[in-house]
Design a protein around this ligand. Structure first.
Ligand code: FPP
Length: 233
């Protein structure tokens, strides 16, 4: 099962307590650790987390800097433990504009964990769904120009193979915390048949128990993928 999460509400969690927004991101990191470690126990074998969007550059430079510092600290600190736990860490999104210290850490943790098989953890950093679709379109166009793909062979599989999530099946379930009901440019190509779950809980307060309840509920869904329910056939 592939679960993808839009982790929203860090800023409000902190502001509600009279704390600077960055304290919400700090607590958000703790929630990431708890959720990721818990995920395999409820049958999740791929988890994709929206950590930084292409639109998040609009935030004050200080907040962006703090977020990058938290990412680096988290992955440096957790790399060995994730390897031991069998978590293969992959990064999706664009590297353009990311500080070298971050890209080096990303390379380090993905190299270290590349053979792990218990669960794949995709971290979306500097990621935008529309940008991903454009990237894939350019790859497909280049394949056609090179003569390695014919126009008639451009289908959903060929396109998926050109996206940032070519190494995974599409997400079964999208979770968004923080009360808003929108996708915010997340996984636009991949969500075609995903179930959607929106929670009012702010990300730092999101617990393994809440995720477990949502995943249980998902198990009862009749996913028809445009066809008929088994009962109606
Ligand atoms: C959205 O909350 C959250 C982010 C933009 C950052 C997400 C980052 C983390 C959860 C930190 C750790 C991540 C990893 C992978 C170690 P917001 O700031 O938009 O909250 P608001 O809507 O209340 O302002």
């Amino acid at each position: 099962m592939h679960v993808a999460i839009i982790m929203d509400g860090n800023g409000r969690w902190a502001t509600n307590r009279g704390l600077p927004r960055v304290m919400g991101h700090r607590r958000g990191v703790k929630a990431v650790e708890d959720i990721v470690k818990f995920a395999p126990s409820i049958g999740i074998d791929v988890i994709t987390l929206y950590a930084f969007s292409t639109e998040n550059w609009k935030r004050p430079a200080k907040e962006v800097e703090t977020l990058f510092r938290l990412f680096k600290f988290f992955f440096v600190q957790k790399a060995q433990e994730f390897k031991r736990l069998g978590f293969k860490v992959c990064f999706i999104g664009s590297r353009v504009g990311l500080p070298a210290a971050i890209t080096q850490t990303m390379d380090h943790v993905s190299d270290l964990t590349q053979d792990c098989q218990r669960m794949t953890v995709n971290i979306a950093i500097n990621y935008g769904g529309q940008a991903e679709i454009l990237d894939a379109t350019k790859i497909i166009a280049q394949q056609v120009a090179d003569g390695t793909l014919s126009v008639d062979d451009i289908d959903e599989t060929a396109f998926s193979n050109a996206t940032h999530l070519a190494h995974c099946a599409a997400p079964d379930l999208i979770v968004r915390t923080g009360g808003d009901v929108r996708l915010s440019n997340f996984l636009l190509w991949h969500v075609a048949y995903s179930e959607l779950s929106f929670s009012d809980t702010l990300w730092p307060d999101y617990t393994p128990a809440e995720l477990s309840a949502v995943v249980n509920d998902f198990a009862s869904k009749d996913r028809r993928f445009g066809g008929l329910t088994k009962k109606a056939v």
